[in-house]
Design a protein around this ligand. Structure first.
Ligand SMILES: [Mn+2]
Length: 375
């Protein structure tokens, strides 16, 4: 090939543009924003690195003194599952929930129920990625998680009235909630816990864990007992969706009351309905700062098969989302969605889709009610 012919082909290749000819008699509203000459690449749906709901990633775990972007609400992953009593796998929960949220994007986030878009409101919402947690030593892992909460929550928002950012944790097994409650205690004092779960999770470490060691006693069924012992929670807490059996005939429920909890059982919804559940939850925690913890096993295994300790006879995804959204107005200072173990999910990604919507509702409650820090 002669040199001039080669340069001719290169020139043609460089100049080539893909042109879509108009189709006669047909127009579409699905315009490419900005048109072909200036295409919009600002909204990465299904593209780029995976963050929750395609939110911007911020290195919130940067050491003190390092300048990071300001934020009001942070997603923080807690990939930890060595505190479970049944099936492990929740260490992959944060990645699974993010995968379930790929379709959620700020630019198309208008709720058909409320008309609101929580992403395009006052709050800057970011994904901080995951806290690095060792998988060989639970004590060390929880110390790492304590520190991660401390570092993220000590960053400043851009608002002087609401200066402390709030965190939505993606679990991780339920043990991870303990670190989050230590963090909310530091900033807001003792909180009422609204605990969505099929299990009570207030077991005495001597009962669940068998008193083998101090180490064994800190697990996903005892963290609420420990939180109570540490004074992190108020005696105005409440469980929702409980149905799993207890270990001792009377002792576990007596201890549960002592830890400050009353309960709405799973089957109560058949009697009082979604509105009744919302009313009882709001009444119980009225006038206090609230932490909402959602164990995905509150849902029936039909709606959330991918979890460690499945219990049949649970609530539907629609019921849970309606109840969560119904809690609007509460002062939610922290929240989590835990016990998502994607390895047990089905090809339709039923569980991670549900979990990502739960996280969305939790963020929504925070957006709708800013909370001032106690200074
Ligand atoms: Mn639980």
């Amino acid at each position: 090939m002669s040199r001039s012919l080669l340069s001719f082909f290169l020139a043609v290749a460089g100049a080539r543009e893909i042109v879509f000819p108009p189709v006669a008699g047909y127009t579409t509203d699905q315009a490419i924003l900005g048109g072909y000459n200036d295409p919009d690449i600002s909204q990465p749906k299904f593209a780029g690195l995976m963050t929750y709901a395609n939110l911007p990633y911020v290195h919130c775990l940067a050491s003190d003194g390092d300048e990071v972007e300001k934020f009001d609400i942070a997603i923080l992953g807690a990939p930890f599952d060595t505190g479970v009593t049944a099936r492990p796998g929740a260490r992959f929960g944060p990645a699974g929930i993010r995968k379930g949220s790929r379709r959620i994007v700020a630019g198309a986030g208008w709720s058909v129920y409320t008309g609101d878009n929580i992403f395009l409101n006052w709050a800057k919402i970011v994904d901080c990625g995951d806290a690095p947690l060792t998988f060989l030593d639970n004590t060390a892992a929880l110390q790492q998680l304590d520190k991660a909460h401390k570092v993220v929550s000590s960053k400043r928002t851009s608002s002087s009235d609401y200066a402390t950012p709030r965190i939505v944790t993606l679990g991780g097994d339920h043990t991870t909630t303990l670190s989050a409650l230590r963090s909310t205690y530091h900033h807001w004092g003792p909180v009422s816990v609204i605990h969505f779960d099929s299990h009570i999770d207030t077991w005495d470490p001597k009962v669940l864990g068998g008193g083998i060691s101090h180490y064994a006693g800190i697990n996903h069924g005892t963290f609420l007992h420990i939180a109570h012992e540490e004074g992190l929670t108020r005696n105005t807490s409440i469980h929702a969706g409980i149905r799993a059996p207890v270990i001792r005939p009377k002792g576990d429920l007596r201890n549960d009351l002592r830890c400050g909890f009353t309960m709405i059982k799973a089957r109560d919804i058949d009697r009082i309905g979604v509105a009744g559940v919302i009313e009882q939850l709001k009444k119980r925690v009225a006038g206090t700062k609230v932490y909402i913890s959602v164990d995905i096993d509150v849902l029936d295994p039909a709606f959330a098969p991918a979890t460690g300790t499945s219990e049949v006879g649970g609530w539907s995804t629609r019921e849970l989302l309606s109840i969560l959204d119904g809690l609007e107005g509460l002062e939610v200072v922290g929240a989590d969605i835990v016990e998502v173990a994607p390895i047990y999910d089905n090809v339709g990604e039923t569980t991670v889709l549900a979990a990502s919507e739960v996280a969305l509702s939790l963020i929504g409650l925070m957006v709708k009610k800013p909370v001032a820090a106690l200074e």
